[in-house]
Design a protein around this ligand. Sequence first.
Ligand SMILES: [Zn+2]
Length: 621
Amino acid sequence: MTKRLAFVLFAAAFAACNNTETQKEQTIEKAVDKHTQSNADVVDVKHLSLDVKVDFDAKQIAGSATWSIENPKHADTLKLDTYDLTIDSVKVDGSLVQHSKGEFKKYLGTVLNIPIEDNSEKVTVYYKTGEGATALQWMEPQQTLSKKHPFLYTQSEAIYARSWIPSPDGPGIRFSYDARVQVPNDLIALMSATNPQQKNDSGIYRFEMEIPVPAYLMALGVGDVEFRAIDERTGVYADPALIDKAHNEFAEVGQMVHTAEELYGAYRWGRYDILVLPSGFPLGGMENPRLTFATPTIISGDRSLVNLIAHELAHSWSGNLVTNHTWNDFWLNEGFTVYFERRLTEKMTDKSYADMLWELGYQDLEYTVNEMQEEDNMKDSHLKIDLAGREPDEGLTDIAYEKGALFLKLIENTVGREKMDKFLNSYFDEHAFQTITTEEFIAYLQEHLIKGDEALAQKINIDAWVYGPGIPENATRADMERFEKVNAEREKFLSGTAPAELNTKGWTTHEWLHFLRKMPKPLDDTKMTALDKEYDFTHSNNSEIADLWYIMAVATKYKPAYASMEGFLVKVGRRKFLTPLYSEMMETGQTETAKSIYEKARSNYHPLAQGTLDALILNKQ
Ligand SMILES: [Zn+2]
């Protein structure tokens, strides 16, 4: 998943857990995932057969989920996670049984208890999704680009799969699946599985995912999209009005998969396709196996934002292949992926380009750490965090992504690239299709790379990174060559040089981002006007640049940008853009502007983004 800025969503709901143990001692009970109420650690859950119908009028998914199980430990109950699901009935090996439900728990939902025998094999749950399904976004035709057909997509990570499938919903539990999905005739259904490339007349689609995956990688997209091949194993699905642009933007993705394989070994999932979602998608991308879900905001026309695809592709190794055992180990998914993404980008472009990404990431990390310091929340700046009793989304900060990646970068710089790559290749290979805890990773690192070398261990200082706050002292900073040139041009501008006189030739998106990020805030109105006149940032088609510019415009109250900003906010649902921009309005006393735009835009946003913004703008929990 792509990162978003740190933003505390929810207050802790549970009574504080027993914190007397130290973090290291907790490793003894490493298998306990506090975000699932299922007992798949006792009952073996092997395979899911999903048979559902997607009803756009009722905004509901209904049907059955059949779990193939084995019960070697003689459990009398199978426990599954559910969230706002209506359970119609449950059968075990074809016979109706009396199921029961636990109390609703905040974030976790309701446990479904199903009586089973030692020799029970198939458990079928007949169910419907509810209005509060956190994974589902139902989009009206006018919220899509072509405006002709509705669209549905899921976002299951971290613990939302349970809101559309009664499931053992923890990253440590893997199962294979097949599915039969019925949709309206004029739409196509796609999943994180083998996918159709064309619509059929029946509206019935069948899927197979023979490789076991955790529930957070269950994904479904339904809409009017077309397929276009990139090469023999990669392709893109998008709205018919966007397919040409999308295909052009992602033309290098075939090559990208080859390059990733050169770095870290075979791509093990068969096809790699991308589904471009409507612009209300709350994330940049989601690494659903075989089918990355991506925001259309990365289609800039110049391929300058495809490093997001590098990120999602990298998850085919870090995350989907080697999976964090619990959400407390989330940095193992995301830190590795950011590191991999930058290595991939470097190999596809050059070092100076990757260095810019590293530096922008460092700036994000510094910002996040400062925020955590202000909130007196430095425990969340450790790589290994404790999310018990909290929404796992709270771990979705630059700590997991950028501090995690920086830790790996430090190891690389300390042992050398060759050793690092050899280490990572074996790491992916030896842990393929398994989960891993932070402590297991550290043990592996000790055994295969540090090998008792005290001096090396001191140089890396694992404890400072994993169990310590903020950015450790030994962090390395990327080469600033290209950004120093940008700094010089910014300085010239700030001391009076007209924008037309600046040397911006050949600048990429990332140079522009650095140029704007380091401007004084607020920048005075005359300077905003001069920049806009020369570069027309107000009408930028590049979502990253546009968002940053609008934040600057709000800080300055530079009104000529407001109409475009409103258009952007009504169209785009990516939280990474929304939260900082609305926050800037709130912090600069422009509450009414924020409220009036949010009122028009809210229905276009995903429930997750609505939750974040309701709290921020409407003060609702
Ligand atoms: Zn990610």
